[in-house]
Design a protein around this ligand. Structure first.
Ligand code: ATP
Ligand code: MG
Length: 557
C-alpha cells in the first residue's frame, strides 16, 4: 500500500483546526451523507477522504448517514454497496473514527415532524394549498401565496391531516415563512414537506408526507451533533436557509455550520449517479462495478487500491474553485504506486510460437528473473526456458519499418533474462498468416556465458510453451473519447468503442499462485489485478493501467 501522504492542509481543515484550538466544539464531528440511489463514485471518495480525514487528523468522529428522505428512489441494495465501498476505502486508515453503524435520516422522521409542528407554532411555517407549478412560479416572481397568512391553528390542523393521509399527492405543502422578496430564491418560503403516498424502504407506509432536502439535512446534522457540515459548492446558496432553520427553531448551541468545497470532475468520464445509472441500465457497461466505471466498486475491481485512491484525493486538494481534474493524474497515481509495489511477471498477450531448432528437445532450464527492481526485498524467481516458447506477435515483423529493433527474418533479438536468438524461417498457414518462427539460439549468450555481454538492439519477453498457463486478460481504455463528454452534448455518443479488449494470453507459471490483493506488472504491458471472475480453472485479469500515458501522445498529435 502507498505510504500515507503528509497531513493535508486546506481552507476547511484550517477552520476545523481553529475551532479545535479555541474549543468552540468539544470534538469535531463530520459526516458523509450519501443518498442511497446509486453506487458511490470517485467524487464521493473525495468527500469520504475529506470528512473521515478531518476526523482522523483532529481527534474527531465521522458519521455515515444515509440521506434516505426520498421514498421512491432509494433501495436497500444501494445501502449495502455504499457500506462496502466506504469500508473498503477507509478501513485500517480511519475506521476508528466511524461514529457507529450507518445512520439513516429516515430514523429522524418523527423528530423532523415535531420540529415542523414547532415551527408552525412559532408562526414561521404554514400549510399552503397552492399547486406545485404555481408555487415555483410565485417563488420566481417573489409573489406570496394567498395562504401565507393562514392562522397557526389552521396550519397545525391541516399539517396533522396531511400526515394522516387525508389529502392526495401534490395538493398541499408545508412552507417556511421567510421572505418572498429575498434576493436568494431559496429563502422565498421554501417547501419543507410535500405529500407523497409512497412506500419507503425503511419506514414502509408509515408516512405519506416527506421532508424536503434542506429541512431534513439541516436537522439531521443538528440531531447528530455535527460540527462541520461539509458539502459541495452547489449548496452554498442553501446555507442561509440552513442557518435560518437552526435559528428559527431556537435550537440550543452549539449548532453545526456548513462549509462548501468544489466537487471533483474528471476528464474522460461522467461523475454523476444520474448518468452512471444510465450507463448501467442501458447496458453500455457491464454493471456498476464495470472496471471502466469511475464508481468506487469499478475502480476497486479494476485494481485501484484504497491507499492509491486516498493519495489521489489528497493530491487533488480541497478548494472553492470549480475545476476539472485530468484523468492522467489518477493514472499517474496508480503507476507511481505500482512501480514501487507490483511484482513483475512475464505474460504474452497475443502469442506467436517460436521453436529453437538448435536447442535440445525435452530440456528445461530454470533461469533467474527479478521480482521487482524497485524493491530489493522482493528477490528473484526461476522461470522455465525450453525449446518452444511464445513471444508477442507484434515483436516480430516480416518487413519492418526502419528503427524496428525487435525480431525480423534474419535478425537477432535478446530474450529477457535469457539468450539471444536469430530468426531463420517464417512458417505460414495456407492463408499466408505467420503461425510459427523457427530460430536458432546463441547458447553462449545467457547470463554468465561467454557472449553474455553481446549487444543486440532489442530485448523482448517470452513465456515457455510447455509451462505456460492460459488466462483471459481484459485490457481497458478510457470509457469516453473526449475529455468532457458531459459538456460536448449527449455523453453516451462519446463512448470509446475500444474501451475493452479481451485477449487470451500465455502467462509464466509463477502466476498460478497470484493473489487477489497483490498487483502485478506484466512486463512491457502495464499493471494488472486478478478479476473476481477468476476460477480455479481459469484466471481473469484486469489491466489497471498501462506503463505509460498513451493519451498524452494522442493529445499532442
Ligand atoms: P450525484 O450528483 O452523483 O448524484 P450527489 O451529490 O447527489 O451526487 P449524494 O449521495 O447526495 O450524491 O452525495 C453524498 C456526498 O458526496 C455529498 O456530501 C456530496 O457533496 C458529495 N459528493 C457528491 N459528488 C461529489 C463530487 N463529484 N465531488 C466531491 N464530493 C461529492
Ligand atoms: Mg444528492
Amino acid at each position: 500500500m502507498t505510504a500515507e501522504t503528509p497531513t493535508p492542509s486546506d481552507f476547511i481543515r484550517d477552520i476545523v483546526a481553529e475551532d479545535v484550538r479555541t474549543g468552540k466544539y468539544e470534538q469535531s464531528r463530520t459526516r458523509f451523507p450519501p443518498e442511497p440511489n446509486g453506487y458511490l463514485h470517485i467524487g464521493h471518495a473525495k468527500s469520504i477522504c475529506l470528512n473521515f480525514g478531518i476526523a482522523r487528523e483532529f481527534g474527531g468522529i465521522c458519521n455515515i448517514r444515509m440521506d434516505d428522505t426520498n421514498p421512491t428512489k432509494e433501495e436497500a441494495e444501494y445501502v449495502q454497496s455504499i457500506m462496502t465501498d466506504v469500508h473498503w476505502l477507509i478501513d485500517s486508515w480511519a475506521d476508528k473514527q466511524v461514529g457507529g453503524a450507518p445512520l439513516y435520516a429516515s430514523d429522524y422522521f418523527d423528530r423532523f415532524y415535531e420540529y415542523a409542528v414547532d415551527l408552525i407554532r412559532k408562526g414561521k411555517a404554514y400549510v399552503d394549498d397552492t399547486s406545485r407549478e404555481d408555487t415555483d412560479e410565485y417563488r420566481r416572481l417573489g409573489k406570496a401565496s394567498s395562504f401565507r397568512e393562514r392562522s397557526v391553528d389552521e396550519s397545525l390542523n391541516l399539517f396533522a391531516r396531511m400526515k394522516t393521509g387525508e389529502f392526495p399527492d401534490g395538493t398541499r405543502t408545508l412552507r417556511a415563512k421567510i421572505d418572498m422578496n429575498a434576493a436568494n430564491v431559496w429563502l422565498r418560503d421554501p417547501v419543507l414537506y410535500r405529500i407523497r403516498h409512497a412506500s419507503h424502504h425503511r419506514t414502509g407506509d408509515k408516512w405519506c408526507i416527506y421532508p424536503m432536502y434542506d429541512w431534513a439535512h439541516t436537522l439531521s446534522d443538528y440531531i447528530e451533533g455535527i460540527t462541520h457540515s461539509i458539502c459541495t459548492l452547489e449548496f452554498e446558496v442553501h446555507r442561509p436557509l440552513y442557518d435560518w432553520i437552526l435559528e428559527a427553531l431556537e435550537l440550543p448551541k452549539p449548532r453545526p455550520r456548513q462549509y462548501e468545497f468544489a466537487r471533483l470532475n474528471l476528464t474522460y468520464s461522467v461523475i454523476s449517479k444520474r448518468k452512471l445509472i444510465q450507463l448501467v441500465n442501458e447496458k453500455l457497461v457491464n454493471g456498476w462495478d464495470d472496471p471502466r466505471m469511475v464508481t468506487i466498486s469499478g475502480l476497486r475491481r479494476r485494481g485501484v487500491t484504497p491507499g492509491g485512491l486516498r493519495t489521489f484525493a489528497y493530491n487533488i486538494g480541497i478548494t472553492k474553485y470549480p475545476s476539472v481534474t485530468d484523468m492522467a493524474l489518477l493514472e499517474h497515481t496508480m503507476r507511481d504506486e505500482f512501480n514501487r509495489t507490483a511484482t513483475r511477471r512475464l505474460v504474452v498477450l497475443r502469442p506467436i510460437k517460436v521453436v529453437l531448432t538448435n536447442y535440445p528437445e525435452g530440456k528445461t532450464e530454470e533461469l533467474d528473473a527479478i521480482n521487482n527492481p524497485e524493491d530489493p526485498n522482493a528477490g528473484t524467481r526461476k522461470i522455465p526456458f525450453g525449446r518452444e516458447f511464445y513471444i508477442e506477435r507484434e515483436d516480430f515483423m516480416e518487413t519492418p519499418p526502419p528503427k524496428f529493433f525487435r525480431l525480423r527474418p534474419g535478425g537477432e533479438v535478446r530474450l529477457k533474462y535469457a539468450y539471444i536468438i536469430k530468426c531463420d524461417e517464417v512458417v505460414k498457414d495456407e492463408g499466408g498468416n505467420v503461425i510459427e518462427l523457427r530460430c536458432t539460439v546463441d547458447l553462449d549468450s545467457k547470463s554468465g556465458g561467454p557472449t553474455a555481454g553481446r549487444k543486440v538492439k532489442g530485448t523482448i519477453h517470452w513465456v515457455s510453451a510447455a509451462h505456460s498457463i492460459d488466462a483471459e486478460i481484459r485490457l481497458y481504455d478510457r470509457l469516453f473519447t473526449v475529455p468532457e463528454p458531459d459538456a460536448s452534448g449527449d455523453f453516451k455518443s462519446f463512448i470509446n468503442p475500444d474501451s475493452l479488449e479481451v485477449v487470451n494470453a500465455k502467462c509464466e507459471p509463477a502466476l498460478a499462485d497470484a493473489r487477489l490483493e497483490e498487483r502485478y506488472q506484466f512486463e512491457r504491458h502495464g499493471y494488472f489485478a486478478l478479476d473476481l471472475d477468476s476460477t480455479s480453472e481459469k484466471q481473469v485479469w484486469n489491466r489497471t493501467v498501462t506503463l505509460r500515458d498513451t493519451w498524452a501522445k494522442e493529445a499532442k498529435k
